[in-house]
Ligand binder design. Structure first.
Ligand SMILES: Cc1cc2nc3c(=O)[nH]c(=O)nc-3n(C[C@H](O)[C@H](O)[C@H](O)COP(=O)(O)OP(=O)(O)OC[C@H]3O[C@@H](n4cnc5c(N)ncnc54)[C@H](O)[C@@H]3O)c2cc1C
Length: 257
């Protein structure tokens, strides 16, 4: 079970950040459980699916933020997990989460095998200002597996708002079939396929060679780097970034554990 976190403070609009990129999340929104009604399920890969929820009183979020989700069984037993918000911020009253089906997983297992449109769960958030991208600075996004979920919210936000600030995504997956959101990627994205790839496409893990062109071509003021994935992937990507010259204090890491 991921550690719980306490978020305090009052909401500050993105344009008024005192410290670039660091936001405060309203304690009222983050502290209150809200009912989320599942409205649609969309398969992304054999192991991952996107779950769309109506959350009429959702206070909004910034790309990169996550929420706490709670399931309650009939006997009162509860299970809580953190999930990144996959959708871009909008005023639709809906949010989307993309869940990997973890083998033997209590919460992801329920979503993948039991959940149906109309089911209700509870959510609390948005949480974490640190991993949020307000859309105001060049962003270099590096994710693996479901670690691409918060990064996709950033890519979608970038597109939806027609932002011109540079944004690049390096996304690692074992194979094209396991690449979440494969149909949505555009020229901003470089897939890194570690086990199998179409003919002519290299197979292998993320290396310095993937980062070099992006670091050589870095925008004025440099990149803000966002890394998300397993502990091992986050360590690996962060080490490569530092070796490529990315300042340590401009690497934001989210670990899915
Ligand atoms: C900030 C944050 C954001 C997250 N966002 C997402 C997201 O967008 N999409 C997503 O799919 N997951 C995300 N996770 C992971 C998520 O919180 C759960 O850990 C995951 O869904 C497994 O929960 P479960 O109840 O299905 O498995 P559990 O019942 O908790 O665990 C079952 C077994 O799987 C192992 N396990 C637990 N978590 C993982 C994992 N992530 N990978 C591999 N094995 C694991 C456990 O050690 C255990 O053996 C996020 C985690 C954090 C901390």
């Amino acid at each position: 079970m991921p550690a719980t976190e306490t978020v305090t403070g009052t909401f500050t609009p993105p344009t008024r950040f005192a410290v670039p990129g660091r936001i405060e999340v309203g304690s009222r929104a983050a502290g209150r459980w809200q009912t989320a009604t599942l409205t649609a399920i969309r398969r992304e890969t054999p192991r991952a699916a996107t779950f769309r929820f109506a959350v009429p009183e959702w206070a909004g979020h910034l790309p990169g933020q996550h929420l706490m989700l709670r399931l309650t069984a009939e006997d009162g037993y509860t299970a809580q997990r953190h999930y990144s918000i996959a959708s871009a911020p909008d005023d639709s009253g809906h949010i989307e989460l993309t869940l990997d089906h973890v083998e033997g997983g209590e919460v992801s297992g329920w979503f993948h095998t039991v959940a149906r449109p109309g089911d209700r769960v509870e959510v609390r958030g948005p949480l974490s200002g640190f991993f949020a991208w307000p859309g105001d600075r060049p962003a270099l996004l590096i994710g693996a597996g479901s670690g691409v979920v918060p990064l996709m919210s950033m890519v979608r936000h970038h597109r939806a708002r027609g932002l011109t600030v540079p944004l690049r995504l390096l996304v690692s997956a074992r194979s094209p079939e396991e690449l979440i959101y494969a149909r949505e990627y555009g020229p901003e994205t470089t897939p890194v396929l570690t086990r199998s790839a179409p003919e002519g496409v290299p197979v292998g893990r993320l290396t310095a060679a993937h980062l070099a062109p992006l670091m050589d071509d870095r925008p004025a003021g440099g990149w803000e780097a966002y890394v998300c994935g397993s502990n091992a992937f986050a360590e690996h990507a962060s080490r490569l970034l530092v070796a490529a010259g990315q300042p340590v204090d401009r690497i934001r890491v989210e670990r899915f554990g």
